[in-house]
Design a binder for this molecule. Structure first.
Ligand SMILES: O=C(O)C1=C[C@@H](OP(=O)(O)O)[C@@H](O)[C@H](O)C1
Ligand SMILES: C=C(OP(=O)(O)O)C(=O)O
Length: 449
């Protein structure tokens, strides 16, 4: 929901060893898609392990507004009684997607080829984010969108009455844009083709196939070509949502930088389009192992074991790895500050249009904590001080951004002096149990008045 409550200032104090098991919640990307695809199927989809973070709860509410029956059975078990492709009803009120770019962009795609009109809004962060990247391709299907200047929310989308299929080359590496076009293509007759130069997370493609759509993917010299045949009848599914690697990143990285730590993070989804951080950490010399590697529900899964690693060194992260770790640069820059030498992150300008400008948010906060940082439009460079050498002692701005808030709280666990954030409230969008989970491992997080 767009209204956040009062800010929740929080301070993270230097911590003793972090030990034990961290049961992180379900994957946010897969949770959104489970609800949306469930709403577009005919019959009842059953979901276990759904992330009950605010972003996903807002998508659940939106699916109800479009006519699906969405039921919370407790303990992460949900069901969605879908209305079928093209069956969305017109919402009676504004759709509020809160803090969630994924929610609003995927839902716009899902409704854009149905004869309904919907107005979308979000919180102060989401209202700053660009929607033109989604509404441009949706207009090719015949949909129309009017929003605030710069293509910002609030925005009204008029779904196409007679949609046509499209062939669209995604101009920015974005799974949200790709997914919006594929979801719109579901209700267009004929074949919709999406081309992405750099492969981004492929949950939409995998799940569409699971729901019975005719979708094929081909890797060509131009990039990945995805072809979807429109107007399928999607069959309801039983989905066990894997645990989120982007949430696992926080206890994993905390364990790597807090002396004496040894943490197990079980059942983490390791889809290669999501696992770039773990590869980078290993290149830095992290003691990070994958145990019990297996396949579950078509996705690779493993238990991650992270132990304090006092000899990590800075690396150059290859720009082509960015899509597979796009949400992990904030926490990587914290690890980089605790490694020796410099870590160079290039090809990261997409970070500037997330919940906050994440390059600027991390640069300012790290500097306040005594770390030297360089940046340009597309680059972040962190000069590491080594294990235990970051001064800390600052309160950093979270900027309505859950990943920024969690990153600085992790930094506080490994700094010389505590690190605070002005508002830990946004953490509830993706990782509502972050505070008790980290406390159970031994972290000292205190809500400050
Ligand atoms: O499709 C998704 O579920 C997501 C795609 C990424 O955004 P972009 O598509 O803007 O890169 C990512 O940052 C976001 O957290 C989730
Ligand atoms: C960028 C993120 O999410 P969204 O775009 O869905 O707001 C994120 O979770 O880091």
């Amino acid at each position: 929901m767009s209204g956040h409550g009062d800010p929740i200032p929080m301070t993270s104090h230097p911590s003793g060893p972090l030990t034990g098991e961290a049961q992180v919640p379900g994957d946010k990307s897969i949770s959104h898609r489970s609800l949306i695809l469930g709403a577009l199927a005919v019959g009842e989809t059953r979901i276990t392990g759904l992330l009950e973070g605010q972003d996903v709860l807002d998508t659940a509410r939106a699916m109800r507004a479009f006519g699906a029956e969405v039921t919370d059975h407790g303990g992460g078990a949900w069901s969605v009684h879908g209305v079928g492709v093209g069956g969305f009803a017109e919402p009676e009120d504004v759709i509020d997607c809160g803090n969630s770019g994924t929610g609003v962009r995927l839902i716009m795609g899902a409704m854009a080829t149905s004869p309904v009109v919907a107005t979308f809004t979000g919180d102060a962060s989401l209202r700053k984010r660009p929607m033109g990247r989604v509404t441009d391709p949706l207009s090719l299907f015949g949909a129309q969108a009017v929003g605030r200047s710069g293509g910002r929310l609030p925005m009204t989308v008029v779904g196409a009455v007679d949609p046509v299929p499209v062939r669209y080359e995604v101009p920015v590496p974005s799974a949200q844009v790709k997914s919006a076009v594929l979801l719109a293509g579901l209700n267009a007759p004929g074949q919709t083709v999406v081309i992405e130069r750099e492969a981004t997370r492929d949950h939409t493609e995998r799940m569409l196939v699971g729901f019975g759509a005719d979708l094929s993917t081909e890797d060509t010299a131009q990039g990945r070509v995805i072809t979807l045949t429109g107007q399928p009848e999607l069959k309801p599914q039983t989905i066990a949502v894997p645990r989120d690697p982007s949430s696992a990143a926080f206890p994993v990285c905390a364990a790597l930088i807090v002396p004496g730590s040894d943490v197990l993070v079980p059942n983490i989804g390791l889809n290669p389009t999501r696992a770039g951080l773990f590869e980078t950490l290993r290149e830095m010399g992290a003691d990070l192992t994958f145990e019990n590697e297996r396949e579950e529900g078509g996705e690779p899964v493993a238990d991650l074991r992270a132990r304090f690693s006092d000899a990590m060194q800075g690396v150059e992260v290859p720009p082509e790895r960015a899509p597979s770790m796009i949400d992990e640069y904030p926490i990587l820059s914290v690890v980089a500050a605790c490694a020796t030498g410099k870590t160079v992150m290039r090809g990261v300008k997409e970070l500037r249009v997330k919940e906050s400008d994440r390059i600027d948010a991390m640069a300012r906060g790290l500097e306040a904590c005594g770390v030297t940082v360089e940046e340009d439009e597309d680059t972040l460079i962190v000069h590491g001080l080594g294990a235990g050498a970051v001064p800390g002692g600052a309160t950093c701005e979270a900027r309505l951004d859950h990943r920024i808030a969690m990153s600085f709280l992790v930094l506080g666990m490994a700094s010389k002096a505590p690190v605070g954030v002005d508002d830990a409230g946004p953490i509830a969008t993706s990782f509502p149990v972050f505070e008790p989970l980290m406390a159970q491992l031994g972290a000292s997080l205190k809500r400050t008045a």
